[in-house]
Write a protein that binds this ligand. Structure first.
Ligand SMILES: *Cc1c(COP(=O)(O)O)cnc(C)c1O
Ligand code: SF4
Length: 335
């Protein structure tokens, strides 16, 4: 069902939406009517990884509810400063597979290009929480080096644009990069991993739809949503526009304690997304990054959740439960 009463996307430019993000814990606590006692801890935890959240995302959070599943993804909490054994700063060990700055060739046939270090939101559980300041990503100046590596390797059929969030870059830069990639004849697909359609649906402009919809090679967009409350009618409208432009849109989620660690919420999320033609891709176990231990869900519980989902939903609405085993050449599918 398409929400026909969906309001028009806000007129505010997406650049403004990103620039006006809330970064001050005191402001977030005030906007959402939260207890002032949370403030000192939020300030302390945000020293390691600053708060950042767009106002349109804040509008989807229920005021006064300290357990809101969207709030818990963005509010810095005191648990972040309790070190836990096994939770480290670089859990994924990507640095060892870097070929040219920003280009990781670890998986057969696919290369990952980190085109920016910046994000529109800071998710407290993110494995990148220890390097958010690398915003002047060297790749920005080294796309030519990356492009020549891909050109010289005919086994590469897919380029994955990642970050950070690639959609913080403007359409001119993204369109130019995609046009250059599309000239490589052995390249069949460009995949973009972005949380922005969910965090700032204003980003899905005519300008974006123009280059993304008219690319010579297939474009896949993997969005990142963890809870149905993130998918409001504006996000839905943006997702439908991407679908109408011919983009294959998939969703990945991270399994997060007290946020989405039950089959009901995950069934609702995947059902809601499919109203906008989005299919599930991965449900990730948390990367064991320092400061995020309080979000971890055990593997046994994850398997139980997936089993219930499989019993309730058609197969195509059940994501693959996966995790990133450090040092392994590809993601491990559990179910
Ligand atoms: C996740 C990942 C990919 C893509 O893996 P898929 O299973 O195709 O989604 C590629 N390269 C790196 C370094 C990754 O971490
Ligand atoms: S990389 Fe993705 S999960 Fe991590 S902070 Fe950015 S948007 Fe959030």
């Amino acid at each position: 069902m398409i929400h026909s009463s969906a309001p028009k996307l806000q007129q505010e430019s997406w650049q403004k939406t990103l620039a006006n993000a809330v970064k001050d814990p005191a402001e977030l606590i005030k906007l959402l009517d939260l207890p002032a006692s949370l403030l000192p801890k939020a300030i302390a935890a945000s020293k390691n990884f600053p708060l950042r959240v767009t106002r349109c995302y804040i509008n989807r959070i229920i005021p006064g509810d300290t357990e809101d599943p969207l709030l818990l993804q963005v509010l810095p909490l005191h648990q972040e400063n309790n070190p836990q054994p096994g939770f480290v700063t670089d859990p994924v060990e990507d640095l060892s597979s870097t070929i040219v700055p920003g280009l990781i060739h670890k998986y057969f046939g696919r290369v990952l290009l980190t085109v920016t270090g910046a994000c529109a939101i800071h998710c407290r559980y993110c494995f990148r929480r220890h390097f958010p300041y690398h915003e002047n990503n060297p790749t920005a100046n080294n796309w030519l080096q990356a492009i020549s590596y891909i050109t010289d390797n005919s086994s590469i059929s897919e380029v994955i644009l990642s970050g950070g969030d690639p959609l913080v870059l403007n359409d001119h830069r993204l369109a130019t990069l995609c046009r250059q990639l599309a000239q490589i004849s052995h390249l069949k697909r460009i995949r973009i991993h972005s949380r922005i359609p969910v965090i700032a649906p204003q980003r899905v402009t005519e300008g974006l739809l123009d280059w993304i919809g008219n690319s010579r090679i297939k474009i896949i967009l993997v969005i990142h949503s963890n809870h149905k409350n993130e998918i409001d009618p504006e996000v839905g409208e943006a997702l439908m526009k991407l679908n109408s432009a011919g983009v294959t849109v998939l969703n990945q989620s991270v399994l997060l304690r007290k946020i989405n660690d039950n089959p009901n919420d995950l069934c609702d999320l995947n059902t809601r997304l499919f109203e906008y033609s989005v299919l599930p891709y991965y449900l990730h176990l948390l990367d064991r990054v320092a400061g995020a231990a309080h979000f971890e869900v055990s593997r046994d519980k994850a398997i139980k959740i997936i089993k219930v989902m499989r019993a309730r939903l058609p197969g195509y609405l059940v994501p693959r439960l996966a995790w990133e085993e450090p040092g392994k050449a590809n993601k491990t599918i559990i179910r």
